[in-house]
Ligand binder design. Structure first.
Ligand SMILES: Cc1cc2nc3c(=O)[nH]c(=O)nc-3n(C[C@H](O)[C@H](O)[C@H](O)COP(=O)(O)OP(=O)(O)OC[C@H]3O[C@@H](n4cnc5c(N)ncnc54)[C@H](O)[C@@H]3O)c2cc1C
Length: 489
């Protein structure tokens, strides 16, 4: 082992995964150092969850004012000062980063535990225990770790399209709070490549602020991998709001055109050109493993570039661990902040505690897409259940049957439940509807404890809430839910 600055836990990255690990190392009385090539706190706080959710809510206010659901309310037009919205977003992010990230660094906890340190700069392995960190001013430092955690997250995946490298384009990094690529002017029109959650969240947001949005995806539908009923219902909702959605499109080329961009697209045998002021490439994420010198450490990656780990989050090198977005779908993980934070702590425990190793359990991970209405899912889709050999039974009901949806005049959406037929155990729920991101937690807890449809039916739900959708869809397997009195029994 080298004689450089030496820590019990050397962490590559400073996102939510890294912080969870560093804090747990501190709790265990161990020294930890993080390294960061961009902004402290990583993707979620600086250019992901937080900035997107801040602006999405502002866009909802604009939309709701212009489209009141109640007769008797007069539509209003809120002025949109986009640069001011960006400035407040940056303020919210700054405060959050100060409170939840900056304040934790270089601080000893109340018990006088060792401080958590951060070294700014791009990090690359020199050998299995040592990294070189090169700061923006070109100065380098070597750091060594008894144990090492790779938590370098993921970045926008940029497809190899003819002309793209010579054409200006945006990625979701436009949300960044601290870098030049931040978008501070609202584009008049926007072409979005992609049909996943980031494309949809940002597409609806820009459209609601007043941008003309065209979403282009090569898939047969948006949200591949989600239940088709959800994707179809959301497509209709977004189209009604004015988004143009072009599916089954092969992009043949991209070029600058005047002040904007032009996209050459082939669809059903015919070619068309789409133009807009800006292009947003949102075609997925890739693990940040290319520039880490992993070969110097002997750490293997899978065919997607994700760090290979076992269920204890150990890589192919015994003292090197990995967690968060950088492990991609290894161990059936998902790329989301709470997953990284949860696993970062497990990785630190396994690396440092000397206690029996903990294994990750990724079977129940609730997820939400923050469109309006929200999409929320947990467990298996119909297709996944069939592929897993489950003799499944599925039902989908419209949210119009949920009393609360009717009462508040927002009946958009559907809910689908997937059962293991013979046992009636619920193995998956997907919902598109108001507050779906809150409702899904009941389903997640139910999956965690192996609940059956009877458990959903027997549980008394608050009336009138959107969570009653779960009870109603559970009842729909055995009853005509259009013939129920108020509290769905
Ligand atoms: C637009 C958008 C919206 C999102 N919304 C949500 C949401 O609502 N809810 C949710 O749960 N998740 C959301 N996510 C996903 C979430 O942001 C990620 O899952 C999460 O941030 C991953 O955390 P991490 O710690 O694994 O990686 P990161 O947060 O990406 O941290 C890794 C850090 O490592 C640094 N790094 C990488 N390579 C190097 C190197 N060579 N040298 C030095 N430093 C390096 C990076 O700069 C980065 O700061 C969203 C993501 C995006 C892009």
């Amino acid at each position: 082992m080298s004689t450089y600055e030496r820590y019990d836990l050397l962490i590559l990255g400073s996102g939510s995964t890294a912080f969870a690990a560093a804090i747990h190392a501190q709790e265990l009385g161990k020294t930890a150092v993080m390294t960061e090539g961009r902004t402290l706190g990583g993707t979620c706080v600086n250019r992901g969850c937080l900035p997107s959710k801040n602006l999405i809510e502002a866009a909802r206010l604009v939309y709701d004012a212009a489209h009141p659901r109640y007769p008797g309310l007069t539509p209003g037009r809120l002025g949109v000062d986009f640069p001011a919205l960006i400035a407040q977003k940056d303020e919210v992010i700054r405060e959050y980063r100060d409170q939840h990230y900056d304040s934790i660094v270089d601080d000893t906890d109340e018990e006088g535990q060792p401080p958590i340190q951060v070294v700014p700069g791009q990090v690359v392995f020199v050998d299995p225990h040592t990294v070189l960190v090169t700061a923006p001013d070109g100065l380098s430092r070597r750091l060594a770790g008894e144990e090492v955690l790779i938590a370098t997250g993921s970045s926008p995946l940029i497809p190899a399209l003819p002309g793209l490298s010579e054409t200006p384009y945006l990625t979701s990094d436009l949300l960044t709070s601290q870098e030049e690529m931040e978008l501070t002017e609202l584009p008049r029109s926007l072409l979005i490549l992609g049909g996943g959650y980031i494309a949809l969240e940002l597409g609806q947001m820009f459209a609601r602020f007043g941008t003309e949005v065209t979403l282009v995806t090569r898939g047969k539908r948006i949200l591949s991998g989600y239940e088709p009923e959800i994707a179809e219902a959301l497509t209709e909702i977004l189209q009604e709001e004015g988004l143009r959605i072009i599916t089954g499109a092969q992009v043949r080329g991209v070029r600058s055109e005047g002040e904007g961009v032009a996209l050459s697209v082939q669809r059903h045998g015919s070619q068309q050109t789409l133009s807009a002021e800006k292009l947003l490439v949102s075609t997925g994420r890739r693990p940040n493993t290319q520039a880490l010198g992993l070969e110097q450490a002997g750490v293997e990656v899978d065919q997607t570039g994700a760090v290979r780990v076992d269920r204890t989050l150990r890589t192919t090198v015994p003292h090197i661990w990995a967690a968060g977005d950088v492990i991609g779908r290894e161990t059936e993980s998902q790329t989301a902040t709470p997953v990284g934070a949860h696993d970062g702590k497990i990785a630190a425990h396994n690396a440092l505690s000397g206690e029996p190793l903990r294994e990750v359990d990724h079977r129940v991970i609730p997820r939400t897409i923050f469109t309006d209405p929200q999409v929320a899912v947990v467990g298996l889709t119909d297709e996944e259940a069939v592929a897993a050999g489950i003799e499944c039974d599925c039902n989908t009901i419209p949210l119009a049957v949920v009393p609360r949806a009717g009462a508040i005049r927002d009946t958009r959406g559907v809910i689908k439940m997937v059962l293991d037929g013979p046992t009636r155990r619920v193995v998956g729920v997907s919902m598109l509807g108001v507050n779906a991101g809150e409702v899904i937690h009941e389903a997640a807890m139910a999956l965690r404890f192996g609940a059956t449809t009877d458990d959903f039916i027997d549980m008394i739900h608050v009336y009138p809430t959107m969570a009653e959708a779960l009870k109603l869809v559970a009842l729909s397997f055995t009853k005509d839910i259009n013939r129920l009195s108020c509290c769905a029994t």
